[in-house]
Design a protein around this ligand. Structure first.
Ligand code: PMP
Length: 431
């Protein structure tokens, strides 16, 4: 078999053996990866600006993560924390209780995936309030399990054919600018008038910066409005930091930006980059809320897996030692400046936005309608020239950049070069 056919023959086996519902972006299979670089099974090299969807803020195989996981592997790999506990779980909970914004008494429970942590955050809010309703936002992504997908604010492809959705989830517009903020306030007022009284709402869940929805940053005043709404009605304010957390936005958590102005969520969800590719998620929050579910109500066979916990300890050390949130801010600023400088030559770039290293570019036609074709063309050119990019947004017209915060300077510059060529090529193709 020649090397050319390796990916192709695997694609044939993939189509025959796995369902189409597991949609796959790349037409090649990975062999190995190192920090921001990835090689496929044919030896082709790529720069990875996807990071397995925001999981690799510390890059592929950071030596400290590898060492921590190897050391744990040599001791034990599984006991189920709820059967035989281990110190590293408690120590990581202590760290998250300290590192998440707010100096109030907190507790942390660990799970395996983002969706699982989202579901458990809602369970905690329900147990603490004795209520059932939940407010979420249009364009939100909270996961694919049946309750989490109910919270997700996008029908296709996530909810298509999977209904009915769980009861008493209410979506309102995400407040990312003055106009949508006004719509959000009006929608909540209508909700309380037409559908459900505020005293039956257990939780309001939001992403401080929407991820899949298009890297929309929640407006500062809107965050204050959410806090006031929750406090006024006894609603648990739940920040889903699965994508925005662990150094992506210039702080360890995006909510740190708001904490400086006195706004703190009641529960905060972490996952993805927390354990650098091992399966780990967490819910951290007020000790009183966290203690609402009865013993046995939280947990899971693999929840807080020791290998993943070991990785997370290493990630926190790396974040601090290498000052990655600060470096991410610098790289994010550079990327935003680069994209803005290209705007005159690439008029389809309608907006460059983000927080820290959570940067995105949105593409529109001259008449203002979303330009998914242009977005796809940039992504495809970049991929065929060795740069892995992800799209996002309700209309698939946004490119997001999820490079490792540890990326070598030369690789970052190389990626900017490919990105520039991809944008200019798309201009030519579209002309
Ligand atoms: N919340 C947010 C904000 C996410 O971005 C994601 C994943 N993209 C999830 C929840 C779900 O995480 P998982 O895929 O690990 O279940």
């Amino acid at each position: 078999m020649n090397s050319q056919s390796k990916n192709e023959s695997l694609l044939v086996r993939q189509a025959a053996a796995t369902p189409r519902g597991v949609g796959v972006m790349a037409p090649f299979f990975v062999d190995r990866a190192e920090n921001a670089e990835l090689w496929d099974i044919q030896g082709q090299r790529y720069l990875d600006f996807a990071g397995g969807i925001a999981v690799l803020n510390t890059g592929h195989r950071h030596p400290q993560v590898v060492a921590a996981v190897q050391a744990q592997l040599a001791r034990f790999t599984h006991t189920c924390y709820q059967v035989i506990p281990y110190e590293s779980y408690v120590a990581l909970a202590e760290k998250l209780n300290t590192l998440t914004p707010g100096s109030h008494a907190k507790k942390t429970a660990f799970f395996s995936t983002g969706a699982e942590a989202v579901e458990n955050a809602i369970k905690i809010a329900r147990a603490a309030t004795g209520r059932s309703g939940v407010i979420a936002f249009g364009g939100a992504f909270h996961g694919r399990s049946l309750y989490a997908v109910g919270l997700t604010g996008k029908v296709a492809p996530y909810k298509t054919a999977f209904g009915p959705m769980p009861a008493e989830i209410f979506h309102v517009p995400f407040p990312s600018d003055e106009a949508s903020f006004k719509q959000a306030r009006e929608a909540v007022a209508r909700l309380f008038k037409y559908d459900i009284e505020p005293s039956r709402i257990a939780a309001l869940i939001f992403e401080p910066v929407q991820g899949e929805g298009g890297f929309h940053v929640m407006l500062e005043e809107a965050m204050q409005w959410v806090r006031t709404l929750c406090t006024e009605h006894g609603i648990v304010m739940v920040a889903d930091e699965v994508q925005s957390g662990f150094g992506r936005t210039g702080r360890l958590f995006a909510m740190a930006h708001h904490h400086e102005r006195g706004i703190t969520a009641d529960l905060l969800i972490s996952a993805k980059s927390m354990a650098a590719g091992l399966n780990l998620s967490a819910v951290t929050g007020h000790a009183k809320l966290m203690d609402a579910p009865a013993p046995g109500g939280l947990g899971g066979t693999y929840a807080g897996n020791p290998l993943a916990i070991a990785a997370a300890h290493a990630v926190i050390d790396i974040m601090q030692n290498e000052q990655l949130p600060t470096r991410g801010q610098l790289l994010g600023d550079q990327l935003q400046a680069h994209l803005r400088a290209l705007q005159p030559r690439v008029p389809a770039i309608a907006q460059v936005r983000g927080l820290g290293a959570m940067v995105a570019a949105e593409f529109r036609h001259p008449d203002g309608t979303p330009n998914a074709a242009f977005t796809k063309a940039v992504q495809a050119y970049a991929l065929s020239h060795g740069l892995i990019l992800l799209t996002c947004g309700m209309d698939a017209n946004v490119l997001r950049f999820l490079f490792p915060l540890t990326i070598a300077h030369a690789h970052f510059q190389e990626a900017l070069g490919i990105l520039e060529a991809a944008l200019l090529n798309a201009v030519t193709v579209a002309a």
